[in-house]
Design a protein around this ligand. Structure first.
Ligand SMILES: *Cc1c(COP(=O)(O)O)cnc(C)c1O
Length: 376
């Protein structure tokens, strides 16, 4: 497999050597050894500190999507009303997933260039009286960061039983206060800002969410219910992968050793740098307002003068890989993923130098003022 010198894909992010080393050990049975349960408890405590919660955190074997599915299936029954806030493909996708389970979905859609407006969420909540409100914190394909705190106030004020937040691409990279913002089901993954391998799904579950999960009684491989007391009973519903929990624990330890505030500041600085460089080379940010940009990923419009496959090829030839986008943004938007290990000023500086050079290739311009030729 070819690896790239400048990895800037918005997840999975590149896994640091120290995390890989924790993975590449020969461990005993995660079903039998007390040492495994202590490791799991340590990873849980560290995750709680990173996402700002004292709630139980379920760490399930799977990938980020498993968190999205498991939390919906465990908390919803057919006919339950759900207000789905969408500002992009993940937000809308959650609505389709809930609808597919028979929930009565009120889809509140915003343009992908924008973030949601809590006042409009309030209107929908007042009218529809849902059991659950869902939203996405960082809508990765659009490079935006939604105001979760504001929607959390609405949820609290209207006594909505459940607040479901996909924080897969923000947890550990953007400010996230699960308990203060009233998030009942906070979803994360191992492979974005935590920079561990892509095989763990993380869900923090509030006390009132556990009560609903118990009442719903969903059973299945992705069910949350066994996690309520799995650690206390020393009994998980399937054999856990010791390797991945060990890697996750080290990944979380690294975040906390640097300091969560410092890590968040590093993401903010690198994101601002990336946007400034993009602007200076005549590229247009996808989010309409720069303030809506996520500190973990920068979404840019593909310039008119070049196609996305061509730009992608030019970057790969130079040892750099970034993300395209998908759904209705496919071919129109490309994304620089500066999250986790990739929120590194030096790496992003080199990446933006390469991007500048790739855009200038056979165009006879490229430095700063050439912006107009890039389709502004
Ligand atoms: C990455 C991500 C997920 C998990 O999806 P995969 O594409 O399978 O990794 C879920 N939600 C958001 C917002 C994500 O960025």
């Amino acid at each position: 497999m070819r690896t790239y010198e400048i990895p800037l894909v918005p997840g999975p992010t590149s896994v640091p050597a120290e995390v890989l080393a924790a993975y590449a050990c020969d461990y005993g049975s995660a079903d039998l050894e007390e040492e495994f349960f202590e490791l799991y408890a340590s990873a849980e405590r560290r995750l709680q500190a990173i996402i700002g919660t004292s709630n139980r955190v379920a760490v399930m074997a799977g990938e980020g999507m498993l968190a999205l599915w498991g939390a919906l299936k465990s908390a919803l029954e057919p006919g339950d009303r759900v207000v789905v806030v969408s500002t992009g493909p993940f937000g809308r996708g959650i609505g389709e997933m809930a609808g597919g389970q028979g929930a009565d979905v009120r889809l509140l859609e915003f343009e992908y260039e924008e973030v949601c407006d809590p006042a409009q969420v309030e209107e929908a909540v007042r009218e529809f009286e849902p059991k659950m409100v869902t939203m996405v914190h960082c809508e990765t394909p659009a490079g935006t960061l939604n105001p979760v705190a504001g929607v959390g106030e609405v949820v609290r004020a209207h006594r909505v039983p459940l607040f479901y937040v996909d924080a897969v691409a923000s947890a550990g990279g953007a400010p996230l206060a699960t308990d203060d913002w009233g998030i009942d089901l906070c979803l994360a993954g191992s492979q974005k800002c935590l920079s561990a391998p892509p095989e763990l799904a993380i869900v923090s579950v509030s006390e009132r969410a556990w009560e609903i999960v118990d009442r719903v009684g969903y059973e299945g491989y992705d069910a949350l219910s066994p996690w309520r007391d799995a650690l206390d009973r020393r009994c998980f519903p399937y054999t856990m992968c010791w390797h991945s929990i060990a890697a996750l624990d080290v990944a979380c330890r690294r975040v906390l050793a640097e300091g969560i505030d410092e890590v968040i500041a590093r993401h903010a600085d690198v994101g601002a740098y990336c946007r400034r460089r993009a602007r200076d080379m005549g590229l247009r940010l996808f989010p309409r307002e720069e303030a809506s940009s996520s500190p973990t990923v920068t979404a840019l419009r593909v310039p008119d003068a070049i196609s996305w496959p061509d730009l992608d090829a030019r970057l790969r030839r130079r040892g750099m890989v970034v993300g395209g986008s998908w759904e209705k943004l496919a071919g129109k938007v490309f994304r620089i993923g500066h999250m986790g290990s990739q929120a590194d000023l030096d790496l992003v500086r080199r990446g933006m130098d390469v991007l500048e050079e790739a855009l200038a290739e056979d165009m006879g311009f490229g430095q700063g003022a050439g912006g107009s030729a890039l389709g502004r």
